[in-house]
Write a protein that binds this ligand. Structure first.
Ligand code: HEM
Ligand SMILES: [Cu+2]
Length: 626
């Protein structure tokens, strides 16, 4: 195991010293540290949450009164397409990847993810993929065939212009990043747990990260294949989806939803994990039914792959197919229900503290459950023939996506913010943030159920007066602006934390898991000594004994990987190639791919040993941050 110090030093004399400090921007652009990468993922996610939010507000202004001319009808198509695409792929996904990156390795007692270099590649691919899709606004019409880009409407015959090309290429690049990220997380969780951390001692956030990564590994390839065919169809004259040329538009629809349904669990499962951590900590109790939580997570992941046709009940697959998929969809309610009851039982008899993270967790519960109920309603295939394509569906999926992913993420962010930054946010602003978001949310989306039932189709840029739809749309628009204000309060809270926030200390919430055993902000090597895990909630066990988490190794030099600009260079290469493909510039396609190939070649020859952090340094950091 740990070699004597002298031996390590004699082997790596040339790399012992930490590289000299770079400017912080250069440091971030070249970092391979999972925490800095996580922070950048969160920043990307928050940025696109705002972009998608502005797009939503523009739609809500348009729908405030009947026959409004605020935006043109084609622009409205672009808005809902870009809103959905940004929210799912570039807000929800990076927010999840960010927190998994930031917290999961520390929760399992590891010093980084398994492949730090590849982690940076994932980040930058996500970044340029998002950029590519969003700059489409400046180069002609933005994508406008919906976030699921249904064929045939999305084919160049019916949606000409470059918009859908940006969508097809950008999503492939970002999807590539997600796939590599998921493989990295799986390798990390399976191989890098601290001694004693058996699978059934892993915190639930880590468990949900593992299952989500598994879903990505199986769910993204169908999308990649679909997008690849789409690319050939739109850019290179192929015919896979065009029925008039012998293709089949349902091929895309299937491929998309075989990915698309698991995708909603990909984003919501880690949010469930965050809720589990928050509910246990703020009820001061061990999570109720830990093992059943793990089983429920795995079951949701598994059944999640068997339900995709519930998005296609009306395409004419027949009664048999529809019945099977209706039943499998309803089955998901069982493991999800298990989770809800476990959260309630964890709170039962606990010493509940109503801090902001707990408020978001409490807001999550009823909201998500309502989304679940309407989900079961929609799963009844004959009923779905009526609801399908109406605002009832829009209400349903926002209850799950905002009630689940966004509330869950805010619970997690308010919870881990002190760990990540070392500063406390304001509790008062946190409560205001929560209530505005909670009230604004229900005001926006509850009326949409009614608008839908009264006949308002989704994806329409306007409606006629006198159909009883005005009031519901007006409430929705007002609610959406209240949610906008809640985001401003959130921004103010971040500013507050950095200017006036109290210093957090290692364990401000009296929490249970390993990430709270290290200083805040987390040092770059996470643990000076790898911890020894003796059960679920290792920190709590130590606290009950009145001691600290024991170490599994002596204090020694810590090996760290070196920074590298290559991941960024590779992403830039892919950006050039992707952009050139849209405009059929063969020279630049080759150039971009060449950049990637050279970067990979260089990386494979570059014999980089990294550097070591000496024990004196880690002791100093611990004392400074204590
Ligand atoms: C302030 C918050 C939000 C508001 C006011 C809002 C509003 C809307 C509106 C008005 C539509 C278009 C409905 C239609 O015309 O059919 C829509 C669609 C959609 N929204 Fe949101 N939304 C919000 C947040 C979110 C979030 C956080 C997500 C995902 C994480 C999301 C995912 C979607 C998706 C996937 C669509 C479907 C797009 C399509 O039809 O192609 N939304 N939203
Ligand atoms: Cu689904």
């Amino acid at each position: 195991m740990a070699k004597p110090l002298e031996e390590v030093l004699s082997h790596h004399v040339h790399t012992v010293e930490a590289p000299h400090k770079r400017h912080w921007l250069l440091d971030y652009l070249s970092t391979v540290d999972h925490k800095k990468i996580g922070i950048m993922y969160v920043l990307i996610g928050v940025f696109y949450l705002l972009v998608g939010g502005v797009e939503a507000l523009l739609m809500r202004i348009q729908l405030f009164v009947p026959n409004n001319q605020f935006v043109s009808y084609p622009t409205f198509n672009e808005l809902f397409t870009m809103h959905g695409t940004n929210m799912i792929f570039f807000a929800a996904m990076p927010l999840i990847f960010g927190l998994v990156n930031l917290i999961m390795p520390v929760q399992i007692g590891a010093r980084d993810v398994a492949f730090p270099f590849m982690n940076a590649v994932s980040l930058w691919f996500t970044f340029v993929g998002a950029l590519l899709v969003n700059i489409s606004w400046f180069f002609g019409p933005a994508p406008s065939a919906g976030w699921f880009a249904y064929t045939p409407i999305g084919l160049d015959k019916y949606t000409p212009g470059t918009g859908m090309d940006f969508y097809v290429i950008g999503l492939q690049i970002a999807g590539f990043g997600s796939l590599m990220g998921a493989i990295n997380f799986i390798a990390t969780i399976l191989n890098m747990r601290a001694p004693g951390m058996t699978l059934l001692r892993m915190p639930l956030f880590t468990w949900t990260s593992l299952v989500t990564s598994g879903l990505i590994v199986f769910g993204f390839p169908p999308l990649t294949v679909g997008l690849f065919l789409y690319m050939f169809e739109r850019l290179f004259g192929g015919h896979f989806f065009d029925a008039t040329m012998g293709g089949n538009p349902l091929l895309w629809t299937h491929l998309f939803w075989i990915f698309g349904h698991p995708e909603v669990y990909i984003v919501v499962l880690p949010a469930f994990g965050m809720i589990s951590e928050v509910v246990a900590t703020f009820s001061r109790k061990r999570i109720f039914g830990y093992t059943s939580m793990v089983i429920a997570t795995v079951l949701i992941g598994f059944i999640g792959f068997m339900v995709w046709v519930h998005h296609m009940f009306t395409v004419g697959l027949g009664a048999m197919a529809n019945s099977i998929f209706a039943i499998s969809t309803m089955l998901i309610g069982i493991p999800t229900g298990m989770k809800v009851f476990n959260w309630l039982f964890t709170m039962w008899g606990g010493q509940i503290r109503f801090k902001p993270p707990m408020m978001f967790a409490l807001g999550f519960l009823p909201t998500f459950v309502i989304g679940g109920f309407t989900g079961v309603m929609l799963a009844a295939a004959p009923a779905d023939f009526q609801y399908h394509g109406s605002y009832f569906v829009v209400a349903h999926f926002h209850y799950t996506l905002i009630g689940g992913v966004v509330f869950g993420f805010f619970a997690g962010l308010y919870y881990w913010f002190p760990k990540i930054t070392g500063r406390m946010m304001s509790e008062v602003l946190g409560h205001i943030n929560f209530w505005l978001m909670f009230i604004g949310f229900h005001l926006t989306f509850f009326p949409m159920h009614l608008a839908g039932l009264f006949g308002m189709p989704r994806r329409v840029p306007t409606y006629n007066p006198g159909m009883g739809l005005e009031i519901w749309n007006q409430l929705s628009t007002i609610g959406a602006f209240i949610m906008g204000v809640s985001m401003i309060v959130f921004a103010a809270n971040v500013v507050y934390a950095f200017t006036k926030g109290k210093v957090a200390g290692a364990d401000p919430w009296d929490a249970r898991t390993l990430e709270w055993a290290v200083p805040s902000p987390i040092p770059e090597y996470n643990f000076a000594q790898t911890p020894l895990v003796r059960g679920l909630d290792p920190l709590w066990i130590a606290k009950e004994e009145g001691s600290t988490v024991p170490a599994a190794e002596p204090l020694g030099p810590i090996h760290m990987p070196s920074n590298s600009f290559l991941p960024l260079v590779m992403a830039v290469g892919l950006f050039i190639a992707g952009f050139a493909a849209i405009y059929h510039r063969l020279f630049f396609i080759v150039l971009g791919l060449e950049v990637i190939a050279l970067a990979m070649f260089y990386h494979s020859l570059n014999d980089d040993e990294g550097h070591h952090i000496l024990p004196e340094e880690s002791t100093r950091v611990r004392e400074v941050r204590a």
